[in-house]
Design a protein around this ligand. Structure first.
Ligand SMILES: Nc1ncnc2c1ncn2[C@@H]1O[C@H](COP(=O)(O)OP(=O)(O)OP(=O)(O)O)[C@@H](O)[C@H]1O
Ligand SMILES: [Mg+2]
Length: 495
């Protein structure tokens, strides 16, 4: 059993954790919940030996322990799967799995063969389709997340901290993760599970605990609660959960795709989007969705087929071509594609619009830049210190909001959003849906790529479901159900 007692932590004047108590029993899954910036990752960083607390104690089976480094925590049997993926891109999958824990032939030589065999066995056991010898850099974010989970399993940990392990996974992989977790729980492993997806919490966790502004506001068994109640506890007020009604007066077709093909990723893709329309695109891992839109955004330019903007055929050879035609794109996986770690919050949030603030080549109209940024900060309920602070001082979900800000300020005509609410809390998700609807009302054509069927159903007018690089079907209005989406996403035919 792990107990954290009376934990306090501040960053400067920001009191992030205030007298927090947490208990994790063996063989239970504890959900740790709270708004973006509530202090979840900070609390786990303390348990994982990444950060020292300012005050408070940790007990392992009633014995007081002190963690000065991540290794101390690991040596006590606690494995930590970080929110921001922590793999080394330039190493292979198996090297990452065994990093710091190599199997050795003798005291000098690592036993590559053995590590590869062990990795294969592990993957087979959990039905994971990854080549241990592949470079991590070649893997998609979801596979990286799976490798991280596998690494924790390999450590034979007695306790596992999972900080949003499912953010970039689709439903099938999430099922796999839950199956793994179930097996571990049955073997007496205690798991702390952080997620903003409350349905996951309801089906998979035994107990839950909610942090609000660094204070524990709820600690109970899951069967005593409902998603609505948890949402209330997290944000301190009711959160809407029904579909928004809006008028669907579409304008002209702004983007039209004809027979777009880029082997082996996708083929014969046809669709169009009108001004004011919200088109959803979904599927499972390996459906070619991201590649399709990277192509349309000029990041994978060797396509065949045609792209029309405002009924004129255009060539998109690079990202600038796309931006010049009014296309904006928010990629998924913010850590690798969305933010620039060396820049501060303001710079990250306004980088796309810099042209607008440049009075001449050297001077930036800072007042205007800050004014614009402040409007968005207000609108997205961004929890942050000063605009000049580094982006890395923000919690995961707040970083995602900054990524949104930079494109919103640019007022695009065609807005492609790839999983824009990844890691965003229930309250802020609604703000983002409101913004998407508002943009559509102002004649922006929206394409929403999402792993979550529920998100597509709630926000989109129409949904395209992809499978292995092809469109399996298009669903409109009432046809969009979780079941129907799943049917098409797994390769079922449209009836
Ligand atoms: N290294 C740091 N320096 C300064 N402030 C920090 C640092 N790390 C976290 N914070 C601040 O601490 C607060 C809590 O952040 P934390 O990452 O624990 O939130 P979280 O609950 O994990 O949120 P999310 O759901 O968005 O991941 C935030 O206000 C954040 O800006
Ligand atoms: Mg976090």
């Amino acid at each position: 059993m792990i107990q954290m007692k009376g934990i306090y932590k501040s960053f400067g004047s920001n009191d992030v954790l205030k007298d927090v108590n947490l208990t994790l029993n063996n063989g239970e899954v504890l959900a740790l919940l709270g708004e973006n910036g509530a202090g979840k990752s900070t609390l786990m960083n303390i348990l994982g030996g990444v950060l020292p607390s300012d005050k408070g104690e940790i007990f392992l089976n009633d014995e007081k322990i002190v963690f000065n480094a991540p290794k101390d925590s690991l040596d006590s049997g606690i494995a930590f799967i970080h929110q921001e993926l922590n793999l080394i891109n330039d190493l292979t999958v198996y090297e990452n799995l065994f990093l710091g824990n190599e199997i050795m032939k003798n005291s000098f030589q690592p036993d590559q063969e053995e590590m590869i065999i062990k990795s294969k066995e592990l993957f087979e056991q959990f039905n994971v389709n990854i080549n241990p010898k592949a470079m991590v850099s070649s893997l998609d974010a979801s596979y990286k997340q799976i490798v991280e989970i596998m690494r924790a399993l390999l450590m034979n940990a007695k306790y596992i901290i999972m900080d949003e392990p499912t953010t970039s996974l689709t439903s099938v992989e999430i099922e796999n993760v839950f199956e793994m977790m179930g097996k571990l729980r049955d073997h007496g492993v205690g798991i702390i599970f952080i997620s903003h997806k409350l349905d996951e919490v309801m089906t998979f966790c035994d107990r839950y605990m909610v942090l609000r502004n660094g204070v524990v506001v709820a600690d109970d068994i899951v069967s005593n609660t409902t998603p609505r109640k948890i949402a209330y506890e997290m944000v301190g007020h009711d959160v809407r959960d029904e579909t928004l009604n809006r008028d669907m007066n579409y304008g002209e077709t702004v983007l039209k795709i004809e027979n777009l093909t880029q082997e082996p990723h996708f083929r014969n893709i046809n669709f169009e989007v009108k001004q004011g329309e919200i088109l959803g695109i979904t599927g499972l891992l390996g459906d070619g969705r991201s590649e399709l839109f990277l192509t349309i955004f000029g990041d994978m330019p060797h396509y065949s087929g045609k792209i029309f903007v405002n009924n004129k055929e255009i060539q998109i050879k690079n990202i600038n071509d796309a931006i010049n035609h009014g296309i904006a794109y928010i990629p998924s996986n913010r850590k690798e594609n969305g933010i620039i770690r060396d820049l501060n919050i303001l710079e990250n949030g306004t980088i796309v619009s810099l042209k607008k603030y440049a009075q001449n080549l050297t001077v930036i109209n800072k007042d205007l830049q800050i004014k614009d940024f402040d409007t968005m900060k207000e609108r997205l309920n961004l929890k942050m210190g000063k605009p000049g602070d580094l982006i890395s001082t923000l919690s995961g979900g707040n970083q995602q909001k900054v990524v949104l800000t930079k494109w919103l300020l640019e007022a695009p005509r065609i807005f492609i959003l790839d999983n824009p609410t990844q890691g965003v809390d229930v309250g802020s998700k609604e703000e983002i849906y409101d913004i998407i609807h508002d943009l559509a009302q102002h004649d922006v054509a929206i394409i929403l790529l999402s792993n979550e069927a529920q998100e597509i159903i709630r926000t989109c007018d129409k949904a395209i479901v992809m499978y292995h690089g092809e469109i399996m079907g298009t669903l409109e209005h009432e046809e969009m159900t979780q079941q129907e989406i799943m049917h098409l996403a797994t390769g079922g035919q449209d009836e």
